[in-house]
Design a protein around this ligand. Structure first.
Ligand SMILES: Nc1ncnc2c1ncn2[C@@H]1O[C@H](COP(=O)(O)OP(=O)(O)OP(=O)(O)O)[C@@H](O)[C@H]1O
Length: 268
């Protein structure tokens, strides 16, 4: 097992008001497997991952519970240890790629800085790796793209660059928060293919967050379903799709099937 989340609770502090956001979230991620987190908007998927990545400001949020990455409780690491672990061993791909890049620097600058911080390589090698990472993500003219500033590229392109960088870092655990949302359909297939390849090649473990069961069907081994800050059902992807128990899971599956049917009607 690579990640063991035990009774994760999260509260938001707003003046005197304390609002519960997550209730007793527990799950495991097995080594070399992909856990999907499925739920509608606002169900608590992102907050679950932000809590375990240490991305929430302690002044506004109370986090309770334990999160073991291998044998270490990562909720109790000091800031430096946390940064070491979260940059290299655990990487998160955020939903909004714009927030991942600094608008003041070129892409090349930022990619190379990331590579030099986490990999033991020279600047020349880092640049070569950057070009390869972008090519892998199906981005044409990588050298040209590397010279651009974030605002000169589309959200989808930035997202693919971010996925390329993460893959090049070869982390032990990737947390991907709706990584294909900003990408058009054709490239989504490419990106999912790249994630699958990565799992095969590097045995990377993964948490894949999405509201789209179709995406999970392609990549996840096991799934937890969230609703209103709670896990309401969990099981293998086949079990969740074919024998859902909870009414809300059934609703999520039916909505998805209806969408597929509607799409087929429109294109036929
Ligand atoms: N910065 C914040 N401060 C306070 N509450 C927040 C904050 N961000 C999210 N929440 C609340 O936490 C709950 C869970 O939100 P979360 O973003 O985890 O949902 P989600 O399932 O990831 O949805 P989406 O798919 O839209 O990102 C929601 O009730 C939301 O209002």
């Amino acid at each position: 097992m690579i990640l063991n989340v035990k009774n994760l609770n999260l509260h938001h502090k707003d003046g005197k008001e304390i609002k519960p956001i997550l209730h007793d979230i527990s799950f495991n991620v097995k080594k070399n497997s992909c856990l999907g987190i499925l739920g509608e908007s606002g169900s608590g998927k992102s907050m679950t991952c932000k809590s375990l990545m240490g991305l929430l400001d302690k002044k506004s949020f109370n986090i309770g519970g334990e999160v073991y990455f291998k044998d270490e409780d990562i909720l109790r690491l000091d800031e430096n240890e946390g940064r070491r672990l979260r940059g290299k061993a655990i990487c998160m791909i955020l939903q909004n790629p714009m927030t991942a890049f600094n608008p003041l620097y070129t892409i090349e600058n930022q990619v190379i800085e990331t590579f030099l911080e986490h990999l033991d390589i020279t600047k020349i090698k880092a640049k070569e790796l950057a070009v390869i990472a972008l090519e892998k993500m199906n981005l044409k003219n990588p050298t040209e793209i590397l010279n651009k500033y974030p605002h000169e590229l589309s959200g989808g392109m930035l997202q693919r660059i971010m996925i390329g960088i993460t893959i090049a870092l070869e982390p032990e655990l990737i947390i991907a928060d709706e990584p294909t949302t900003a990408i058009d359909c054709l490239n989504q297939i490419e990106v999912i293919k790249e994630f699958k390849e990565l799992r095969k090649k590097l045995k990377t473990s993964m948490i894949f967050i999405t509201h789209d069961l179709g995406v999970l069907a392609q990549i996840a081994d096991e799934v937890v379903v969230m609703d209103k800050g709670r896990i309401i059902e969990e099981g293998t992807i086949n079990k969740i799709i074919n024998e859902p128990k909870h009414e809300h899971t059934k609703y999520l599956i039916n909505t998805r099937l209806k969408l597929i049917k509607k799409f087929q009607e429109v294109v036929s």
